[in-house]
Design a protein around this ligand. Structure first.
Ligand code: FAJ
Length: 682
């Protein structure tokens, strides 16, 4: 709350200008500390006004009226700051009541390709900046990878479903503007083993700690030891983790071998010791019989001469002393022997563990790996060890929430006042220094093609669709193959090839009653093999109606795409029956199985940093494309250098990839960039 909260919510530093602000306000940047302070006070004040009431447009005039003196004394500066914040999507974004009308005279024509969240964001922004916008969408609905299944009282998100952190998240502002029913997720997640029995909490905690330690070790390998290449090949996170596990296993085996050697040494010592004791006992026996003979043959004092008697007594006495000494040695040896036996016993009883992880523990660890594969939408051995978590520092804090009334309420709300042509599959994107021509097929009126001409186009095709476009994978005539004319520049094509586009699937099961713990949002199922660890590894219960959502991640996500619904539902049911008992689990009333990889308008779920790629590929995917020079003499130099193709989408935003908020922010970013190029600086 307050001004600081509003600035934090806007992802800006409270008491510092950003490099972008310095570039846009060079006069302030040069003006010294006082100028900076004035700028920051105006900027922070405006953000506070907007975040406090994002349902109504914040006009310059209203902002000026509400700014406290002396910050209202330079209306020109306030206007510039207001325009800057509006242009870059910090204020007046989303769905809000307008006070000033949108300019009637259109300032340039834009075609947005795709009506996912990024396409809708860029469309909304450019429309309010006064541009003429048409959005072309191949599906018969908006939202793209935000897709909500609705039937009777059942609601389930088939694509995105989690708003990850509220502070700084633009979704928080949207939720205030439209009816998003955000519900915090209860993070506790009881686990059930492959046999359906609960995994004891203590065991679960121990393995979770080991999982975190393994990730820390992998990070240490990469960032401290710079172990990122094996020969010339970049190392994957999966490889690094398996190496560490093998090393741990080896260390355990080495400890065991050392322990065995200790036992053998102790046993050898005991054997030696027993030998010594035995020889002492023999000596004692010999001495005893010698002594007995001496005593038996003893000649009394008067029966022999004095010398003989003294000699005899001396021999008896020294034999006795020798015997006493040997008996003492025997006692000592017995004592030592006892200690040795105890030590051996202790060694035998307190040996190191037999293996690093038992096979059951390994499967629980695999469950955590499956969870990581879900977050990254791919197998761990596809992820770059060095860069897979490059966006970690930009995670929002605060609750993770789900949208109880279905995430599709957001894209649907964002369609307000935009010209969206559904069922329009773009086939060709032609661009040159004069503008763009987009050829689209109307999927409702078969084979009818339309060509749209505009000054520029914003391409929000998914990375999966772009990959097909650049590898020229000609499929069936009806497949989604988009042709760029001229082909995209090489640097763009290479980045498209390098960055990964993963997969994640969901199975929706709608029941007539809840048979699971209604207080838990999540429960996990530990698979029976490492290879199948991602198969229905996590069940979500987030709807107010009896709906379960099973996740299929990692290797299993691709496998389910080639299997029938009946088989997948059958697998889910047997997992649930194994946990809750045959009689407790009713037949589902409705079911849905997603196949995001086979979906021709998506070709996967979301991007990831693959082996050989890095965060900078996101920047390359975001960079606009300037058409090759036309060499037409009458054409102006400025027009020649204008980019005509712009790119938005979750795969174009380095700091927030793979998310709805990232895709949305990429749309705001591109709208600002386009306005800067085509409408000039505010
Ligand atoms: O909860 O923020 C989620 N939360 C989230 N994003 C998710 C999440 C996952 C997540 C959470 C936290 C961190 C990272 C990820 C977890 C998961 O539950 N969830 C999720 C689950 C699934 C199964 C999917 C598929 C996705 C997620 N995501 C990712 C987000 O949904 C996406 O990042 C975001 O929605 C992408 O928006 P976008 O605007 O960049 O892309 P699209 O695909 O929505 O729009 C492209 C449009 O182009 C589509 O409408 C498509 O039909 C159209 N198109 C394609 N070819 C065309 C065409 N239109 C015209 N002509 C053509 N030829």
């Amino acid at each position: 709350s307050g001004q600081e909260g509003a600035v934090f919510q806007s992802r800006l530093p409270f008491s510092k200008m950003t490099p972008n602000e310095e570039a846009c306000f060079p006069d302030i940047s040069r003006s010294g500390i006082l100028g900076h302070r004035v700028f920051l006070n105006i900027r922070n004040g405006l953000l506070h006004m907007w975040v406090d009431n994002p349902k109504t447009q914040l006009t310059f005039e209203n902002a000026l009226k509400r700014l406290p003196p002396p910050f209202d004394s330079d209306p020109n500066l306030v206007r510039r700051v207001h325009s800057f914040l509006e242009r870059h999507g910090f204020i007046n974004f989303g769905i809000f009541k307008r006070i000033t009308p949108i300019p009637i005279k259109k300032l340039g024509k834009v075609i947005v390709i795709g009506a996912g969240i990024s396409g809708l964001a860029v469309g909304q922004q450019l429309q309010q900046f006064g541009m003429d916008v048409i959005v072309l969408e191949a599906r018969d609905r908006v939202g793209g990878r935000i897709a909500t299944f609705r039937k009777n009282s059942y609601i389930a998100d088939l694509g995105a479903m989690v708003v990850t952190g509220v502070y700084g998240n633009p979704m928080t502002i949207l939720s205030k503007q439209i009816g998003m029913d955000l519900v915090p997720i209860q993070q506790t997640c009881p686990l059930y083993g492959p046999d359906g029995k609960p995994v004891p909490k203590e065991k679960d905690d121990v393995i979770e700690r080991e999982f975190n330690r393994l990730l820390e070790s992998a990070s240490y390998l990469s960032h401290r030891l710079d172990f990122n290449y094996a020969g010339n090949n970049p190392v994957s996170l999966g490889d690094a983790l398996e190496w560490i596990i093998n090393m741990q296993d080896k260390a355990v085996q080495e400890k065991r071998a050392a322990h065995m050697q200790e036992i053998i040494a102790a046993q050898t010592k005991i054997i030696e010791h027993r030998k010594r004791l035995k020889s002492i006992l023999q000596k004692i026996a010999t001495l005893k019989s010698e002594l007995q003979t001496l005593v038996r043959q003893r000649v009394p004092k008067g029966a022999q001469n004095e010398n003989g008697y003294a000699c005899q007594e001396y021999t008896i006495r020294t034999t006795q002393i020798k015997l006493e000494d040997l008996v003492n040695v025997e006692a000592e040896l017995r004592n030592e022997g006892h200690k040795m036996e105890l030590k051996l016993q202790e060694l035998e009883q307190n040996g190191p563990s037999q293996v690093y992880l038992s096979s059951r523990d390994r499967l629980i660890l695999d469950w955590h790996f499956a969870n990581l594969e879900f977050a990254n939408a791919t197998r761990l051995d596809n992820l770059s060890l060095k860069h897979w978590d490059q966006d970690d520092d930009f995670e929002f804090i605060g609750h993770h929430t789900t949208v109880r009334n279905g995430y599709s309420c957001v894209p649907v709300a964002l369609t307000e006042n935009i010209d969206i042509r559904l069922n329009s599959a773009v086939k060709e994107i032609k661009y040159n220094s004069k503008g763009v021509e987009i050829v689209a097929e109307n999927l409702k009126t078969s084979n009818s093609q339309m060509t749209y001409k505009a000054d520029l186009a914003v391409c929000t095709l998914t990375l999966g669709v772009l990959k097909v476009a650049v590898t020229q994978e000609e499929e069936t005539q009806h497949g989604n193959t988009v042709k760029f004319d001229p082909p995209l520049p090489d640097w763009k094509q290479q980045a498209i090839r390098r960055l990964g586009f993963g997969n994640l699937n969901k199975v929706v099961l709608c029941f007539d009653r809840i048979f699971w713990d209604p207080n838990a949002n999540l429960f996990g199922h530990v698979g029976s093999t490492t290879a199948s660890r991602g198969e229905m590894f996590l069940f979500w219960s987030i709807s107010s109606s009896p709906v379960l959502l099973a996740l299929v991640a990692g290797m299993a996500a691709n496998i389910v795409e080639s299997v029938t619904d009946d088989i997948i539902i059958g697998r889910c049911m047997s997992v649930l029956k194994n946990i809750f008992g045959n009689t407790s689990v009713p037949q589902p009333k409705e079911t849905v199985v997603t196949r995001w990889r086979s979906d021709q308008w998506a070709r996967g779920s979301y991007s990831y940093v693959s082996v050989g790629s890095s965060g900078s590929d996101y920047d390359l995917l975001a960079a606009p494309v300037i058409p090759p020079t036309s060499f037409e003499p009458h054409f102006s130099k400025e027009a020649e250098e204008l980019p005509r193709l712009f790119f938005a989408g979750e795969h174009t935003i380095r700091n927030y990839p793979a998310t709805v908020h990232g895709a949305y922010l990429s749309g705001l970013r591109e709208a600002g960039r386009i306005a800067d190029y085509y409408l000039g600086y505010p």
